[in-house]
Design a protein around this ligand. Structure first.
Ligand code: ARG
Length: 462
């Protein structure tokens, strides 16, 4: 490891203090950007040569050097230390060591301020694609399970009180809707991330005759940023990405919360495979839904990442400030955490079975068909408010007699309202209640099946 002069040594009379090097160094986390950094440098060098700013000979030397550095780094070779400050300086120093003078021309018409913006944008584009693939896999799993559970009726809840019977498939598809929106949000964030920042240089652009569109083309971008000051100050795409990640994590976390409840003895709705649970070090009987709990916990971390980045931005004077170096750890953390949470959740879901009998028994209790009973009366011409009151009295009667609605005879119903006919008994059967909700967005088997078909078509286009 050669300790070289700093690029700014010309103006300085003293070497950087060791403590300062350690404190300012970002290599421990930004070294993961090396592929993007090298890719960006290659395009930049090619553009410089094309524009006649550097010679073709220098370009060849630079590209050759960068290629060999890339190959070595891919093999895990490390040739830098904390005196290098960041990944940009580390690679540039190594390039100069390998190819000499020509290496010193790479940073022409460029600053680390536009360079880091490019590296992070390139990284984020890849990351968004990986996360989108995980979301797709999760949606596919949810749809698969929804198709298998089309006959499973569960109690739907509000206020965690039994509310109305729904299909388990309907519940699962609720999450599909959330994850479809997440996928859309990430795709939208991708558009604003896919804008090429190089050429803004430190903040004001450069007087050298660069061609930014050319660099963009070489890197696969279709547009370039439009204001050099904004370019080096902008971290919107990072904040936006972490927000999208936070909301996606919130969706996962809500499902996890239900799974934690459902896998308890009290609910008994779901059994997570042993392979996706953990035991207790003291209580031999325990089987804990730790994955679900950890995802719920990690969601809080992602929220923290979002707040960290937003707070970082709020008081910064224009344009680049070193504070911005602090954007990377929360960004990487949010991306890594969400990606791994999505993957493990999908696996866990594929290895979870649902107890249809328990769910059905639970759906029968709690007077969950009371609304359907009121709708029955509405169909017979009773105003809804009055129907609501009549059914309320029936529920109170049942509570007094320790009966369920299903146990009442047609004759008993009749004593509450003349509009009750013997067919009422059929009308409040669970299947009947569920299948009556046929309007778009409802839980009727037919409607749910229809929605599954539409989602499957969307997935084909994904
Ligand atoms: N490591 C820096 C960052 O992450 C790169 C840009 C540094 N620019 C500077 N002028 N110190 O933001």
């Amino acid at each position: 490891m050669t300790k070289t002069k700093k690029p700014w040594a010309g103006r300085f009379t003293k070497a950087t203090a060791k403590s300062v090097e350690a404190f300012t160094c970002s290599l421990s986390y930004d070294s993961r950007l090396y592929r993007y950094d090298i890719k960006g440098s290659m395009a930049h060098a090619a553009m410089l040569a094309e524009q006649g700013i550097i010679s073709r000979r220098d370009e060849r030397a630079i590209l050759g050097g960068l290629k060999s550095i890339l190959a070595d780094m891919d093999k895990g070779k490390v040739f830098f230390d904390s005196s290098d400050e960041d990944i940009h300086m580390a690679i540039e120093k190594e390039l100069i060591r390998r190819v000499g003078e020509a290496g010193g021309k790479l940073h022409t018409a460029r600053s680390r301020n536009d360079q880091i913006a490019l590296d992070v944008r390139l990284y984020l584009l890849d990351e968004i694609d990986k996360i989108a693939a995980e979301i797709r896999a999760l949606i596919r799993q949810l749809v698969r399970t929804a198709k298998e559970e089309l006959a499973t009726i569960m109690p739907g809840y509000t206020h965690l009180q039994k509310a109305q019977p729904v299909l388990l498939s309907h519940y699962l598809l609720a999450f599909v809707e959330m994850f479809l929106r997440d996928a859309e949000r990430f795709a939208d964030c991708r558009k604003r991330t896919a804008v090429m920042p190089l050429g803004a240089a430190a903040l004001a652009g450069t007087g050298l005759p660069i061609d930014r569109e050319k660099t963009a083309g070489l890197l696969g971008f279709s547009s370039v940023t439009q204001n050099s000051m904004d370019t080096v100050a902008d971290r919107d795409y990072i904040a936006e990405f972490i927000f999208d990640a936070a909301l996606c994590a919130a969706h996962l976390s809500r499902f996890c919360e239900d799974l934690v409840l459902w896998s308890s003895d009290e609910f008994g709705y779901a059994v997570i495979s042993d392979a996706y649970t953990t035991g207790s070090s003291i209580m031999p009987q325990k089987k804990n839904p730790d994955i679900a709990e950890l995802i719920r916990g990690k969601t809080g971390r992602i929220y923290g990442d979002l707040v960290a980045v937003l707070t970082l931005l709020k008081g910064l004077p224009m344009t680049y400030n070193r504070d911005l170096q602090e954007d990377k750890e929360p960004l990487f953390d949010a991306a890594d955490t969400l990606r791994t949470s999505l993957a493990v959740f999908t696996e866990m879901l594929a290895n979870t079975s649902f107890n249809a009998e328990r769910m059905r028994a639970a759906a029968r209790g709690g007077f969950s068909t009371a609304t359907d009973l009121a709708e029955y009366l509405v169909e017979k011409g009773v105003p809804f408010r009055r129907a609501h009151e009549v059914v309320g009295r029936i529920v109170a009667y049942c509570i007094g007699k320790n009966k369920t609605l299903e146990e009442l005879t047609p004759r008993e119903f009749k004593t509450f309202a003349g509009q009750f006919d013997p067919d009422v008994v059929m009308r409040i059967r669970l299947e009947q209640c569920v299948d009556a909700r046929k309007a778009t967005g409802g839980t009727a088997t037919k409607t749910v099946r229809e929605r599954i078909r539409k989602i499957e078509k969307t997935l084909d286009r994904f």
